[in-house]
Design a protein around this ligand. Structure first.
Ligand code: IMP
Ligand code: MG
Length: 174
């Protein structure tokens, strides 16, 4: 099967949106410190670019959440394979996600962080596919709302491939 990728959001559009998103976030947090908690692996490119607009008020940490196998459909099971290193008790945490699809991952992560005693948990997702939602959950900050298409690039993968593309594209099989 031949895989083709059609550009949906180009590099310039992503970087411009990141700038406006970072202004919004900085305004909301004012001078308060917060932890940018990146959901690996998909969120890592987004975190790297977004965090460089944050000045010195943000710290960075990671979690690894697994919900997908090498398929384009969710496996339904979510596990936390890598826990945050920082103590998040009493802290303001901003989850950095690549995409919100069914919403199960975000629901799981928010609950986990609340149980760990985080003071406030917010979410920033580069992409949102609201038409796919199975859990009633929304991100506080969204880069782009997209239709129900399987996308790759800018951190997002298909079977671990295409994460390094600087744009977001729709993957199709010919
Ligand atoms: P959710 O739990 O269904 O919201 O899925 C969230 C996770 O599924 C994301 O963090 C991605 O890793 C993955 N995912 C969902 N949709 C896509 C897509 O279109 N392309 C690549 N990965 C996706
Ligand atoms: Mg992800």
């Amino acid at each position: 099967m031949n895989e083709t990728i059609q550009v949906l959001i180009n590099e310039v559009e992503i970087q411009e949106r990141l700038l406006s998103l970072s202004e919004e976030i900085k305004k909301d947090y004012a001078e308060r410190p917060f932890i940018m908690l990146c959901a690996l692996t998909g969120g890592v490119i987004f975190l790297a670019d977004l965090s460089r607009h944050m000045g010195d008020r943000a710290t960075i940490d990671f979690v690894r959440v697994s919900s997908y196998g090498d398929k384009t459909e969710t496996s339904g099971t979510i596990s936390l394979d890598c826990h945050p290193k920082l103590d998040i008790k009493g802290k303001e945490v901003l989850i950095i996600e690549d995409i919100i699809d069914t919403g199960h991952t975000l629901f799981f992560l928010k609950k986990y962080l609340q149980e760990k005693g985080a003071a406030v948990v917010r979410t920033c997702a580069l992409l949102d596919k609201p038409s796919r939602r199975e859990v009633d959950i929304a991100a506080d900050y969204v880069g782009f709302t997209i239709p129900d298409k399987f996308v790759v690039g800018y951190g997002l993968d298909y079977a671990q491939r295409y994460r390094t593309l600087p744009y977001v594209g729709v993957l199709s099989f010919k």
